[in-house]
Each structure stands twice: as structure tokens, then as C-alpha cells.
Design a protein. Structure first.
Length: 182
């Protein structure tokens, strides 16, 4: 009888400890309900964020939820074609590139459809851009990258919170550096 009572007590204590871990701040973002959060005025779909990104000439975008084991995250893919750089004055290219990545990440952060949870991955292809370019450009914005695999980098959710506010963030306007030709 004493052994059964000990097992029950240990089970109750362990269950309480495990439940307490789930309540720690930052342990996990809530699952997305599609409802707006404290930083956002209204619900906003991923498709709306993609459409805003694709207003930039020469940019195609994809934002989709993905899983790494049991961790849910957002995968962001950008494809730049030759028209992205067409007519851009070389002296303005670095500012324009930084404005693009800042705008893209702000758009990702403003949609309410899919919670990024702990991280976002970013892949940029085309127009001579590569992982080193992504890392260097994000460094100018104060956003750290972590190699994820191949030509993909990972961005920590806490770093994106610091830059864009608590998810979901405000919907950004198209920066002047990205409107029209440069």
C-alpha cells in the first residue's frame, strides 16, 4: 500500500511540474486562431501579405507554415528576377535590398493566419542573391541569422519581436526605396 501511495504522489508531482513548464513565458506561442493580436487592428491572411510583397517589381513570394519535429515555424521563400534590379542606380542597391528584406519580414510578421512560434526561415534566390547576401543584409537591420540548411537561414522569433513588435505586428507600407525604379 505504501508503494502505491508513493507512486501516486510522485505521479501527481511530476504532472504538476510538467504542466508548469507549459505556463512559462515564451514556452510556446499560442496556436493561431486567425484572430488579430494586440498589435494588429484586424485579421490579415498570409495571401494578403504575399500580395503586398509581390507589389515590388521582380519579386515572387511564398509564405507557408512548416514543422521541424514538433516545432511549428513559418517558411518564407523569395524569388527575385532580373526586373528587380532593372533601372536601380548601383549606389542605391544596398539600401533597396535592406528595405526589401525589412518589408518582407514586416509583412510576414503582420499576417495573423499562421503564428511563427519560435522562428522563421528565409530563402532568397535569383538576381545574384545568396545566403551570404541575406545574412549581410539582415545584419544591417540588426537581425541575426542562423544557418538552417542549404540556402536557407533561420531567424529567431525573439529577434523578430524586438524589431517588429509582438506578433502580429503592424501592416507596413511599401517603402519609397521599393516603389518603382531606383
Amino acid at each position: 500500500m505504501h508503494r502505491i501511495l508513493s507512486v501516486v504522489v510522485v505521479s501527481v508531482v511530476l504532472t504538476g511540474l510538467l504542466a508548469g513548464c507549459a505556463l512559462l513565458p515564451g514556452a510556446r506561442r499560442p496556436a493561431s486562431t486567425g484572430a488579430p493580436g494586440p498589435s494588429s487592428e484586424q485579421a490579415r491572411s498570409t495571401d494578403e501579405a504575399i500580395a503586398a510583397i509581390e507589389e515590388v517589381t521582380g519579386v515572387a513570394a511564398r509564405i507557408s507554415p512548416a514543422n521541424d519535429g514538433s516545432t511549428r515555424y513559418l517558411a518564407v521563400n523569395l524569388e527575385l528576377d532580373e526586373t528587380y534590379d532593372a533601372g536601380v542606380v548601383p549606389e542605391r542597391r544596398a539600401n533597396r535590398d535592406a528595405a526589401l528584406l525589412d518589408f518582407v519580414l514586416a509583412q510576414v510578421w503582420s499576417q495573423t493566419e499562421d503564428a511563427p512560434e519560435r522562428f522563421v526561415t528565409l530563402r532568397v534566390t535569383g538576381a545574384g542573391r545568396d545566403t551570404a547576401w541575406v545574412t549581410d543584409t539582415l545584419t544591417t537591420l540588426g537581425v541575426a541569422t542562423i544557418p538552417y540548411g542549404g540556402d536557407v537561414v533561420s531567424l529567431r522569433g525573439v529577434d523578430l519581436d524586438d524589431r517588429y513588435g509582438t506578433w502580429p505586428g503592424e501592416v507596413p507600407a511599401l517603402p519609397d526605396d521599393l516603389a518603382g525604379e531606383g
